[in-house]
Ligand binder design. Structure first.
Ligand SMILES: *Cc1c(COP(=O)(O)O)cnc(C)c1O
Length: 334
């Protein structure tokens, strides 16, 4: 039985072309700055996203952590969404390892943070308070694409109030493909951007942090400190480069598959949130666990939750969508 794994876009296997690129990668010791493949990946992404420098790291969690720690010192604060990865899903790393206080605020339905609420959360210069230094956004945010005019407004606010602006762009390319824009059009509004190569782009491992020379120099020191300095990492960087050159446009297929999946489930009467990229959110309520078991018996993997997230990716084919919809239909009748 072939498996359809809708838990996450992290589950993809490297494609044949990617494996070949990995095998052929030129290698060196990246802690010495001597891995040509890593250097090429960093230079390529910095150039494409409009930054002076970039840093290859093992995970998006590390990339975000280094970004936050490069912007903020001990006793500083970043403003972030209550549901943002950089607040909720990274083990509290900014607070634990960076002594940086998060100031979470409730997000809006479109994935943005209300800029009025952000501005109200900025603390005065008063020794009672942590120093507010940074606004951290996420795009896509649970599959939602932030509107371009929102990014302009967030840039204007952070510039006016002297804050840095960081983007958790784990799925930056999903947003860019959805908008039909060059990814650099999105990233030019930010001071730093973290991009995951191991999500929809399909690389096995890796993220890249982009920023100014000074920010990346600081992040490079911090990367060593947290144990993220890798040696012949070029095989992983080569996978990332391959993904950037060959597996970006195809994200549109994931979006189309998610759209069809959402429409099919809606037709069955399920409450499905509007689909914008590669994620489908379905209200399942108390039936989540039995549904998970029912689907698993039919070779479909999901992470059971009352608000169920289904994610399309490189290893979900167009032909997989109909059987998934059929399985949900069978579950409803059972
Ligand atoms: C996956 C993800 C990350 C980083 O995750 P790692 O598993 O550490 O690579 C960061 N932000 C978002 C929004 C993510 O989905």
């Amino acid at each position: 039985m072939s498996l359809i794994d809708l838990r996450s876009d992290t589950v993809t296997q490297p494609t044949a072309g990617m494996r070949l690129a990995m095998e052929r990668a030129e290698l060196g010791d990246d802690v010495y700055g001597e891995d040509p493949s890593v250097n090429r990946l960093e230079a390529t992404l910095a150039e494409r996203l409009g930054f002076a420098a970039a840093l290859f790291v093992p995970t998006g969690t590390m990339s975000n952590l280094l970004g936050l720690m490069a912007h903020c010192e001990r006793g500083d604060e970043y403003i972030v969404g209550q549901q943002a990865h950089t607040y909720k899903y990274e083990g509290g790393g900014a607070a634990v390892l960076g002594s940086i206080q998060p100031q979470p605020i409730e997000g809006e339905a479109d994935g943005s943070l209300d800029l009025g609420k952000v501005e109200a959360a900025i603390k005065q210069d008063d020794f009672h308070f942590a120093r507010t230094r940074l606004l951290a956004l996420e795009n896509t945010m649970q599959g939602k694409v932030l509107p371009m005019e929102y990014l302009v407004a967030a840039r204007e606010l952070t510039r006016r109030r002297g804050l840095g602006l960081h983007l958790d762009g784990a799925r930056l390319y999903n947003a860019a493909v959805k908008l039909g824009l060059d990814a650099g059009e999105i990233t030019r509004h930010f001071d730093s951007v973290s991009v995951c190569l191991s999500k929809g782009l399909g690389a096995p491992v890796g993220s890249v942090l982009c920023g100014s020379e000074a920010l990346i120099a600081k992040a490079r020191r911090l990367r060593k400190m947290v144990g993220g300095g890798m040696r012949q990492a070029g095989m992983l960087a080569a996978a990332g480069l391959y993904a950037l050159d060959h597996q970006v446009e195809r994200l549109a297929e994931d979006h189309a598959n998610a759209e069809r999946l959402g429409a099919g489930l809606r037709e069955l009467g399920f409450e499905v949130e509007p689909v914008q990229s590669n994620m489908v959110y379905v209200q399942i309520g108390e039936r989540a666990r039995p549904l998970g078991e029912f689907l698993a018996a039919r070779g479909i993997r999901v992470s059971p939750a009352a608000r169920l997230r289904l994610v399309t990716h490189l290893d979900v084919q167009g032909g997989d969508i109909a059987p998934v919809i059929e399985a949900f239909a069978a579950f409803q009748k059972a």
